[in-house]
Design a protein around this ligand. Structure first.
Ligand code: PHE
Ligand code: ZN
Length: 858
């Protein structure tokens, strides 16, 4: 079989590789423009494969030589790699290639970032380093020798354990040899070389082994590592305590790089992080940054077992490692911080990113069945919905059975490249439960709609539930899924008369009865958001107000407030009505309840995003008017500021944090609540309190919240300039400065503000963080992006066209800004379509971007 860039790749076409690689020996002679890579593979025919074709992937490689068992050969160079005739017996394959890291702006393969060499191989970057069967089911033991200039690359890092170092004779170069004893696929390979300093520590694992830990950063960033190191140690301990998983090498290294397409990467023993996802200090990072860093460090560390020790057979199985690892990092965050707050944050993210994906042209199953460019499938559906699916499985089988199944999974599949079938079979075998229907969560795309009707006959209370999922082109007939619906019942005084029960809605329609009810109870449905569905239920706003006041499930209590706000906003947008007074008074009650966690109360301040509202209007067959949505949202915020006016100064004052800065859950919660109050308070005092806070703040959370509040009331221009002067040396802080101005601009000014910022000397399109800070903010400002005339559409498209030849992956990811285009009125759709067609017609457009736009155009 040859898989030289076929157009579309199908899950059903999987076949194993024809050879087994017993060992990989790599030598790198580093040079910015002409790095030599010598690869020696010890191979033998794979008895389980039927196709003996010897095809190796390779891209942008200059072949210097190829040998079999020491004899020069001339392989056939074909698109996407090479082919050769090889012995039907064990043999040694050797190639030498030359690559140019400096010219690599795609940030995939071996590239340079700020003078430092680094790699990114997931999903298919290793083929840009050497000829290799670049597929996750080919696992081997790697030994890596790196040779580099002693001055420019004093540190030479790779996977596994460092086994040898030394000077190279007759030169100013040195070498290091790394050996990774654990067989791994090429996508987990990593190499870093540069002038780096380490923040070091160590940990003793559960079996008493000492592991050396290090976070490697550019000189100057040493003081931003201690939080990440603590997070790493907590993660290692947590995985031992909760999953019984111990770390398996003598050292664990993390490196921070400034130019990175994604958040971070779980390379075996050598995690590489976008610097924004690891560097933290009180002065430069917000509380949200701290929380994200903690979660990402945990996520990458957890991959050591879910992803590395057990990897994926092929890229269709991506959710096997990602869904599970996201689920595990969510569990970790819930344990480290507040569980209800963590759950609400996850659901907010799911609704903001996954629901629009699942309800638009990019919708795909958690396990897709085909793709053109795998990089386009690192999506909210694979990650976030993939994690929800595991959460449902755990809810259905129970905590103890889940723990038992996971033990079996690690026992049975350690060292394997596994599939979703393997994963489900573990649960089936250990619980005896038939999961064939549950599997539809992996194969059917779309967000199920659950509708609940109620019945009461004086004794029995019945919930009639139904489910449906909108058809899609590939799946015109969606079958019913197993939906765990957690339900509790409350009496009129708000007492819980039936504690949470999990009902299994596994048919199109199903009814659940509760007898012996002397009065009609109030149900609290889909507690803790027990399934990633959209819920329609009875009771309207009065039910919501009741649950906002009384629900004993913290998620649903918050949800009731959210739904009240949503209903109020939809009414204002469609009928021009004033904000719902029940929502406002309910909010007063919740916010005054000091027994509630400040972080939780801070979340209560929130209201549905404008993009979410656009989606809801679209679902109810109304073309959303972005300006009207914006105005209604502002009106509701103003009404809140007014209704809460008397409370705001106290809420603000009572939640000030004194003493040295700490990003612990309690302090974070207080700052979140105080800053939510500050945002509204500024509307009353014209920004006086915010200006004071800006002046006195000793941390970025306070400084940035004050600046945002000042910009919001039109009083922030001087502060903005001062902020720039203070922070122009810090790339990560300047990303915030770029974003904030766009986020806080009036809709009519968004495109101009963005254009002006692209002319700023520090706007560097080659840095993904900076590009996203600017273009991401543009696309996320709903009313600004969709402002009349379409200037923002054109601007974003111009920049996507400019970035695509340099960095296809980041360009393609940004294209999702257009995924909701069919929601809007005919005028906007025409403007959007014109830009999408201009983009897709661009000569030499990357496979990444062209697949995205083609799918979006439908
Ligand atoms: N596997 C990484 C993670 O989820 C994400 C990633 C994918 C990073 C592709 C880089 C490239 O942790
Ligand atoms: Zn991951």
């Amino acid at each position: 079989m040859r898989d030289a860039s076929p157009q579309t790749i199908y899950l059903k076409d999987y076949t194993p590789f024809g050879y087994i690689i017993d060992a990989v020996d790599l030598t790198f002679r580093l040079d910015p423009t002409a790095t030599r890579v010598i690869s020696r593979l010890s191979l033998r025919p794979n008895p389980e494969a039927s196709d003996p074709c010897f095809f190796l992937h390779g891209e942008d490689l200059k072949l210097i030589s190829a040998k079999i068992d020491g004899q020069d050969i001339a392989p056939r160079l074909i698109e996407g790699g090479l082919e050769a005739d090889v012995p039907n017996a064990p043999f040694v394959w050797e190639t030498e290639v030359e690559i140019n890291p400096q010219a690599n702006t795609a940030l995939e393969g071996l590239y340079m970032s700020n003078g430092m060499y680094c790699t990114q191989c997931e999903a298919q970057g290793f083929r840009k380093i050497t000829y290799y069967p670049d597929r996750p089911d080919v696992m081997s033991v790697f030994t890596v020798r790196i040779e580099g200039n002693t001055d420019t690359t004093p540190q030479l890092l790779s996977n596994g354990n460092k086994v040898e170092t030394g000077a190279l004779s007759n030169s100013d170069a040195q070498f290091a040899v790394w050996h990774d004893p654990w067989p791994k696929p090429a996508y987990l390979f990593a190499l870093v070389a540069g002038d780096l300093v380490a923040h070091q520590d160590s940990i003793v694992t559960m079996s008493g082994k000492t592991v050396q830990l290090a976070i490697w950063v550019r000189p100057g960033d040493e003081n931003k590592c201690s939080f990440g190191m603590d997070a790493l140690k907590k993660s290692m301990r947590w995985d031992e305590d909760v999953y019984g998983r111990e770390y398996d090498l003598d050292e664990f290294n993390i490196v921070a790089v400034d130019d990175f397409n994604m958040g971070a990467m779980e390379n075996k023993g050598l995690n590489i992080f976008n610097s924004s996802c690891v560097l933290a200090s009180a002065e430069t990072s917000t509380d949200a940054n701290f929380e994200r860093i903690e979660a990402i460090i945990a996520h990458e560390y957890f991959h050591n077992w879910t992803g590395n020790r057990i990897t994926c057979r092929d890229w269709f199985q991506l959710c096997l490692k990602e869904g599970l690892t996201v689920f595990r990092d969510h569990q970790f965050t819930a344990d480290e911080r507040s569980a209800p707050v963590a759950r609400i944050d996850n659901v907010l993210a799911l609704r903001a990113r996954q629901f629009p994906e699942d309800q638009g042209p990019l919708s795909h199953p958690v396990r897709p069945e085909s793709f053109q460019e795998i990089n386009n499938f690192y999506t909210a559906t694979v990650y976030e919905k993939g994690a929800e699916v595991i959460g449902m499985l755990k809810t259905l089988v129970g905590d103890a059975a889940y723990a038992k199944a996971l033990d079996l999974y690690f026992d049975r599949h350690d060292g394997d490249a596994a599939t979703i079938e393997d994963w489900l079979k573990v649960f089936q075998d250990s619980t005896g439960r038939d999961l064939s229907q549950f599997k539809r969560w992996y194969s059917q795309s779309g967000t199920p709609q659950v509708t609940v009707r109620e019945d009461y006959d004086g004794d029995t209370f019945t919930l009639h539930m139904s489910q449906s999922t909108a058809p899609s082109t590939e799946q015109p007939n969606k079958l019913p899924q197993v939906i765990p619906v957690a339900v509790g019942l409350l009496d009129d005084a708000g007492n819980e008369i039936l504690p949470t029960q999990v009902l299994e809605l596994d048919q199109d329609e199903k009814s659940f009865s509760f007898s012996g009810m002397s009065a009609r109870p109030t149900p609290s449905i889909l507690r803790n958001f027990s399934a990633p569905v959209m819920l329609t239920q009875e009771g309207g706003n009065s039910r919501r107000a009741f649950l906002l006041a009384h629900d004993t499930d913290p998620f649903n209590r918050w949800e009731a407030g959210r739904m009240l706000a949503r209903a109020s906003l939809v009414d204002s947008i469609t009928t021009g009505s004033a904000p719902n007074p029940d929502y406002l008074s309910g909010l007063v009650a919740v916010l005054s309840d000091t027994t509630l966690d400040p972080a939780y109360r801070a979340l209560m301040f929130g209201q549905p995003t404008q993009s979410e509202l656009a989606g809801i209007l679209h679902e109810s067959s109304t073309a959303p008017d972005p300006q009207a949505i914006h105005d209604a949202s502002e009106t509701l915020r103003a009404a809140k500021a007014e209704t809460l006016a008397d409370m705001l100064p106290d809420l603000y004052a009572q939640n000030q944090v004194t003493g040295p800065f700490s990003p612990d859950a309690e302090a974070v919660g207080k700052r979140a609540l105080a800053n939510a109050a500050l945002a509204l308070l500024s509307r009353q005092d014209g920004g006086a309190t915010a200006a004071l806070q800006y002046q006195n703040s000793d941390n970025m959370t306070q400084q940035l919240a004050a600046l945002a509040a000042l910009l919001d009331v039109g009083a922030g221009d001087d502060h903005l300039a001062a902020f720039e002067a203070q922070w122009s040396h810090d790339r990560l802080v300047m990303d915030k400065w770029f974003s904030l101005q766009i986020m806080q601009a009036k809709p009519e000014d968004v495109a101009d503000t963005t254009r002006r910022l692209t002319l700023h000397a520090d706007f560097d399109m080659k840095n993904p963080n900076r590009f996203r800070a600017v273009m991401g903010a543009l696309s996320m400002h709903h009313a600004g992006f969709h402002h009349d005339g379409g200037a923002a559409y054109t601007l974003l498209t111009d920049w996507l066209i400019k970035l695509d030849p340099l960095n296809p992956q980041t360009t393609a990811r940004m294209c999702s800004a257009f995924q909701t285009w069919t929601r809007y009125d005919a005028g906007r759709q025409a403007l959007l379509r014109a830009q999408l067609e201009r983009l897709v017609a661009t000569p030499n457009l990357s496979r990444d971007t062209s697949e995205m736009i083609t799918r979006i155009l439908g």
